[in-house]
Design a protein. Sequence first.
Length: 309
Amino acid sequence: MTQSAKLAVLGSINADHILNLSQFPRPGETVIGKQYQVAFGGKGANQAVAAGRSGADIAFIACVGADDIGERIRQQLAADRIDTSPVSVIDAATTGVALIFVNSEGENSIAIHAGANAALTPEVVAQHQQVIADAAALLMQLESPLESVLAAAKIARQHGTRVILNPAPATVLPDELLGLVDMITPNETEAEMLTGIAIKSDEDAARAAAVLHEKGIAQVLITLGSRGVWLSEKGAGQRIPGFRVQAVDTIAAGDTFNGALITALLEQQPMPQAVRFAHAAAAIAVTRSGAQPSVPWREEIDRFLQQQR
């Protein structure tokens, strides 16, 4: 395996409380769950784990609370080949929490309490600016304070570090931030939030990508669920299909895609090949329950791809 260049991930860490249901409850309705588990998650941590297990040389900038779950999460991240020295322990906060319902179709509904994630301020980001400066790429999401994401993007631009943004959860973003992004990876909902274009077809995806290109983003990858990914590079677009599997739980599928994708690109894999690698990682993840417990290791991804030939 080609050793990948250094990756910095900035983002959230959560303890996920997951309850499986036949169907999501309506307002005022109580439903009986079938299975309950606590697993480690958070979009930043999920993407860091996906990159670490895929073989990336990775450091993770994040915050946990000074509690038992925070220490356990740090130990697990280290076991997943992640440099956790930039993970700060916040004395006055608890580790972030996500409450997750999963229905019988594998779809999920999530509510989050930020906890220590809110302490990832621009000042904390500045303390780890050398981590960003030394990296070939910086991968971020939006479960951290927006001003911190912007601060990190500015540091990356100053030092020639490539900026990749997974704009999730969906929110409106300032052009100042988008202008610092080299690659963006929204899903259909997030792309609509950023462009105002509802994505129902490949043509819609191409139009949405064009809007994002106009904001200065060179590479746009819009994830389309089971239909794959719309890849647009400087205006030239194509849809790259994914793999069809029986989904059990879609938690962290997008995060797994992002972490695996950036790992493959840092290994100098061509973009279509890197997307296929990321598709394989995500396909494996959706056949398993939980966030980080579902993320595959490199050997599993390679084996899956060999079986698809």
